[in-house]
Design a protein around this ligand. Structure first.
Ligand code: SF4
Ligand SMILES: [Zn+2]
Ligand SMILES: [Zn+2]
Length: 306
């Protein structure tokens, strides 16, 4: 078998097809797809300060590299990396080391916010007393990314979400009958503009996890795959495994979930009921739908009791 484009030795066979590509043709295919998503959905425009939510993993490192590459051909786009250190020994400490090296090499400024400094305890301490680490961890991460983005003056925050992640989110919201949350999904998040909430953009939206992993490995961004030790305890982890099995039996399933969702997304975004109203947390000023945000609630009810 040879590369479909240039007859070189193939490096990858694309998921859901029999198309094999060599390394260089795969890079072109991958980057063209990311840049097309950025242009089609107007994810990045002139004069913007784009923050990139980074973990040191394959997805966010690829996004960071590609947004830098995208901005090099344009004027007036500033890029800053923003990472969250949950405090998960043996996992996040090593991925943040790789991220620091990458940002040094690419000359991209990096800011790291930690749970310990921001909330008083790291996740390793919290998990000893609180059996559902992902629920608290997700709330704390979203909180710090939004607050950090505002403090650093970002106009948008790019994340490494790929097509598999989006398919999982869509199905999780279906299973939980949570269409209000689904209305905020898509390549650019949010329904209404709110100065207190920095929009998230997902340049890898149309690329499958396998493709992103191949890109990151072939580019030499990461040399080993590591996963948070708590992944399998999460609801998302269960949906991920379910979709993995289904995709193996019926290739194309995840693509179809995302494509059909994009057809109904404009209708969801128009639904007045889903727009809701964003308040400011009475304790910290961050956006929330109640009087006190979920992060402040977790600090009071969980963290301070440890
Ligand atoms: S898997 Fe759960 S605990 Fe681990 S980083 Fe993700 S949300 Fe946090
Ligand atoms: Zn080729
Ligand atoms: Zn709060």
């Amino acid at each position: 078998m040879v590369c479909k484009k240039c007859l070189e030795n193939p490096a990858i066979t694309l998921p859901n097809s029999n198309i094999s590509l060599c390394k260089s043709c795969f890079f072109k295919y991958f980057e063209r797809k990311v840049f097309k998503t950025i242009k089609d959905y107007k994810l990045i425009e002139q004069g913007e300060h784009i923050g990139v939510a980074c973990s040191g993993g394959k997805d966010s490192t690829s996004v960071l590299y590609l947004i830098k590459k995208f901005s090099e051909k344009r004027k007036n786009i500033t890029i800053t990396a923003l990472a969250v250190d949950e405090g998960i020994k043996g996992y996040r400490d090593t991925s943040l080391e790789s991220l620091k090296k990458f940002c040094d090499k690419e000359k991209i400024p990096l800011h790291i916010l930690s749970y310990k400094e921001s909330f008083g305890k790291d996740l390793d301490s919290i998990v000893k007393k609180f059996p559902r680490p992902c629920s608290i961890c997700g709330v704390f991460r979203r909180y710090l990314l939004n607050k950090g983005s505002k403090n650093l003056g970002f106009t948008k925050l790019a994340t490494g979400h790929n097509l598999d992640d989006e398919a999982q989110s869509i199905m999780m919201n279906q299973f939980r009958s949570n269409m209000k949350v689904s209305a905020r999904l898509g390549p650019i998040t949010g329904i209404v503009k709110n100065k207190n909430f920095i929009p998230r953009i997902k340049p890898l939206y149309f690329l499958m996890e396998k493709e992103v992993a191949a890109y990151a490995f072939l580019k030499g961004f990461i040399d080993k795959y590591s996963e948070c030790p708590h992944t399998n305890t999460s609801y998302r982890g269960n949906v991920r495994d379910f979709l993995y099995d289904f995709e193996a039996k019926f290739p194309g399933t995840k693509h179809n979930i995302v494509l059909s969702f994009l057809e109904i997304l404009p209708l969801l975004k128009k639904n007045q009921e889903y727009k809701g109203s964003l308040n400011e947390c009475e304790a910290c000023g961050e956006p929330c739908s109640q009087k006190i945000c979920q992060a402040c609630t977790y600090v009071e009810t969980v963290v301070k009791k440890i």
